[in-house]
Ligand binder design. Structure first.
Ligand SMILES: [Zn+2]
Length: 172
């Protein structure tokens, strides 16, 4: 057990363990090239720290869906006024976070490769054209909120305590 940190340090610095043998699978796990977005299913370049979302917008969408699912579980369709107001605000925020936030000071995310199959394909309203990005996003969030069980991994209420494991399990 005590040798693990040393191996990790060597791998991070690009040193070869064992004097020039073939690289094992361990370094690639320590330094994945891409992560999967828990919200949209796209793949994006792995940066310094593990992160479950390709963009701030995907993070905002996931947070909104979790909040709405929790509110429905607690109040049904009869939401208290304060919860309803907060929910409206979160939905608007998630939908308008469309462009990358140029004012955050954070580096722009690398290109996101969309998933081969839209993860919500069988649930989305097929009448909405692909070009209507806002309507598709809103429809996606709505079906996730109203679904009996979670449709995306980040929709579970305990996400904050499980996302690291999920990100690592889906890193490549
Ligand atoms: Zn995403």
């Amino acid at each position: 057990m005590s040798t693990l940190p040393a191996v990790a340090e060597l791998a991070v610095e690009g040193a070869t363990v064992g004097g020039g043998g073939a690289p094992s699978a361990v370094p690639s796990l320590l330094r994945p090239e891409t992560y999967e977005c828990a919200n949209c299913g796209g793949r994006f370049e792995a940066r310094n720290r593990p992160t479950p979302y390709c963009t701030k917008q995907c993070g905002a969408e996931a947070k909104t869906v979790r909040y709405a699912r929790k509110a429905r579980a607690e109040h049904g369709t009869d939401l208290p006024e304060t919860v309803r107001t907060a929910l409206h605000r979160q939905f608007v925020h998630a939908l308008t976070e469309c462009a990358w936030d140029k004012w955050s000071g954070e580096p722009e995310p690398g290109p996101v490769v969309p998933p081969e199959v839209e993860p919500l394909a069988e649930h989305l309203d097929a009448q909405i054209p692909d070009s209507d990005v806002f309507a598709r996003r809103a429809n996606g969030m709505k079906v996730r909120v109203l679904a009996d069980s979670e449709l995306r991994p980040c929709d579970v209420q305990e996400w904050d305590s499980v996302w690291r494991d999920w990100v690592n399990a889906h890193a490549r």
